[in-house]
Design a protein around this ligand. Structure first.
Ligand SMILES: Cc1cc2nc3c(=O)[nH]c(=O)nc-3n(C[C@H](O)[C@H](O)[C@H](O)COP(=O)(O)OP(=O)(O)OC[C@H]3O[C@@H](n4cnc5c(N)ncnc54)[C@H](O)[C@@H]3O)c2cc1C
Length: 396
C-alpha cells in the first residue's frame, strides 16, 4: 500500500518519504501469491477490485510486464477425493477397518475403472493419491492475472522517486487542532516532520490507535498464512494455505515465521498432487531457499534472469533448483472485513489510512494507492467512491 501510494503521489508531482522498519516488501507485500481477479469480490470491494485490475495492466505497460512478472492467466477450481489407489493403500494398512461397508466380497464383480478426469481438469494433477472429481473454470485471461508482489512493490517505490527511511514509527506529533506535524522514529530518537501522513502498515495499523487516540481507529488484526515457493528452472511455483485465526502481530515482521509443521504439510500435499513438486526438499524458513532474500524469486546466479548459471561450453549438467522457500506472513483484517481507506477523523484531513485488504491487498493496492493520492492532492478520490471504506464507520 505504501509503495502504491508513493507511486501515485509522484504522478501528481508529490515526492513522498516512505518509512518502513523492515525495508521494502519485507512483509505480506513481498510474500503473497500475487494472484489478481477482476470480478471475484462482492460489494463494496467489487468496484475497487475492477478498477485495480485495470490499473495493474496499465502498470505492467508502464513499469514493464517482465519487470513485475505480470501475466494474464486462467484459473480453475478443482474438487478432490481420495483416489482408488490411495484407498487401496489405506485398506492394505488398516485391513479395511476404515471403510468396512462397501468392500468387495469374494465373487463380486471387480470395481469399475476410475472415471475419466472431468473436462477442464489440469493435466499436471497427476498424483495417484487424489482423484479430480470436479473442475470448474473460475477465470479467463480477460479476468485473471498474476504479478510478482515483491518485484511490483520494489518497482513502484523505485519509480516514485520516494526517499526510503528504514526506521520504526513509534508515535505521531500533532498540533493542538489534531493535525499531524511529524512522526516519531525509533522511540522518539528522531522526529520526521510531515504535513500529511499515510498509515499503510498492514496488520500493524492497530499501533496507530495509541498514536492517535481521538481518531476512533478499530483494531486491525493479522491472519497468518503459510506459503512454499518452489523455484523451478522453467518457472516458479507458489503454494499457499493453512491460515490461522486473526491475532495481534509481533512488532517485527521478521518475527512472523512459519508455525512448526505448516510448510511441511504444504510440501507433502503439493507432492501428492503433482509429480512436478514431489522432489522438493526441506527448505528453510524465510531465507535459505531461492536467492535467500525471502521473496521466493529463486535467484539467478548470473543475473541474466533465466534462472540458470552462466552458459558453459562443457558437459556440466545444470545445477539442481534450489530448495523451496518456506515462509509466513499476515493478512491485515479489519473488524468487518472491509478495507479502511480514507482520512482519519479528528486529524483535520492530515492523516489518511489504507489497510485491511485481507487476502486481496496485491490486487487492490494500485486503486487504493491512487485513491489516497487523489484524496491528498485533489481533495477527492475519483477512482472509486471511498464512502464504504471510511475509517469513520467505526466511530460511535
Ligand atoms: C500467504 C499470502 C498470500 C497472499 N496472496 C495474495 C494474492 O494472491 N493476491 C492478493 O491480491 N493478495 C494476496 N495476499 C494479501 C496481500 O499480501 C496483503 O493484503 C497485502 O500485502 C497487504 O499490504 P500492506 O501494504 O497493507 O501490508 P504489508 O505488506 O504487511 O506492509 C506493511 C509494512 O509496514 C511496515 N511497518 C509496520 N509497522 C511499522 C512501523 N511502526 N514503522 C515502520 N514500518 C512499519 C512493515 O515493515 C511492512 O513492510 C496474500 C497474503 C498472504 C499472507
Amino acid at each position: 500500500m505504501g509503495a502504491a501510494t508513493a507511486y501515485y503521489l509522484s504522478r501528481r508531482g508529490v515526492t513522498a518519504t516512505v518509512v518502513d522498519r523492515a525495508g521494502v516488501a519485507a512483509a505480506a507485500s513481498g510474500k503473497a501469491g500475487g494472484f489478481l481477479a477482476a470480478d471475484w469480490s462482492d460489494p463494496p470491494v467489487a468496484g475497487l477490485a475492477a478498477a485495480s485490475f485495470a490499473l495493474h495492466a496499465e502498470l505492467a505497460a508502464t513499469l514493464g510486464a517482465a519487470a513485475v512478472d505480470y501475466r494474464r492467466l486462467s484459473a480453475t477450481a478443482v474438487g478432490l477425493s481420495p483416489s482408488a489407489a490411495a484407498t487401496a493403500r489405506a485398506d492394505a494398512t488398516d485391513g479395511g477397518r476404515g471403510r468396512r461397508r462397501g468392500r468387495r466380497r469374494r465373487g463380486a464383480p471387480p470395481s469399475p475403472p476410475p472415471p475419466l478426469p472431468p473436462r477442464h481438469a489440469p493435466s499436471w494433477l497427476d498424483g495417484d493419491a487424489w482423484a479430480v472429481v470436479s473442475a470448474r473454470p473460475l477465470g479467463t485471461p480477460a479476468t485473471t492475472a498474476q504479478v510478482h508482489p515483491a518485484k511490483l512493490t520494489r518497482a513502484l517505490l523505485a519509480a516514485s522517486g520516494a526517499t526510503l527511511t528504514r526506521a520504526a514509527v513509534t508515535g505521531v506529533a500533532t498540533a493542538a487542532d489534531g493535525s499531524v506535524t511529524g512522526v516519531l522514529l525509533d522511540g522518539g530518537a528522531e522526529t520526521l516532520p510531515c504535513g500529511r501522513l499515510v498509515i499503510a502498515t498492514g496488520p500493524w495499523a492497530d499501533r496507530a490507535v495509541a498514536w492517535l487516540p481521538a481518531a476512533g481507529l478499530p483494531p486491525v488484526w493479522g491472519t497468518k498464512a503459510h506459503s512454499v515457493v518452489y523455484p523451478r528452472p522453467g518457472g516458479e511455483v507458489y503454494v499457499c494455505g493453512f491460515a490461522e485465526p486473526p491475532a495481534a502481530v509481533p512488532d517485527d515482521p521478521a518475527a512472523v515465521v512459519p508455525t512448526a509443521g505448516a510448510c511441511e504439510r504444504l510440501v507433502a500435499f503439493a507432492g501428492e498432487l503433482t509429480g512436478r513438486l514431489r522432489s522438493g526438499g526441506g527448505g528453510d524458513s524465510d531465507s535459505a531457499g531461492g536467492d535467500g532474500d525471502g521473496d521466493g524469486d529463486g535467484g539467478d546466479s548470473d543475473g541474466d534472469g533465466d534462472g540458470q548459471g552462466p552458459a558453459g561450453g562443457g558437459v556440466a549438467p545444470p545445477p539442481p533448483p534450489p530448495p523451496p522457500v518456506h515462509q509466513a506472513c499476515c493478512l491485515p483484517v479489519s473488524p468487518d472485513g472491509v478495507p479502511l481507506i480514507g482520512w482519519l477523523p479528528g486529524t483535520g484531513d492530515t492523516v489518511a489510512i489504507t489497510t485491511g485488504h485481507s487476502c486481496w491487498g496485491i490486487l487492490l493496492g494500485p486503486a487504493s494507492g491512487l485513491a489516497v493520492a487523489q484524496l491528498i492532492v485533489d481533495g477527492v478520490a475519483a477512482v472509486v467512491d471511498l464512502t464504504p471504506f471510511s475509517p469513520s464507520r467505526f466511530c460511535s
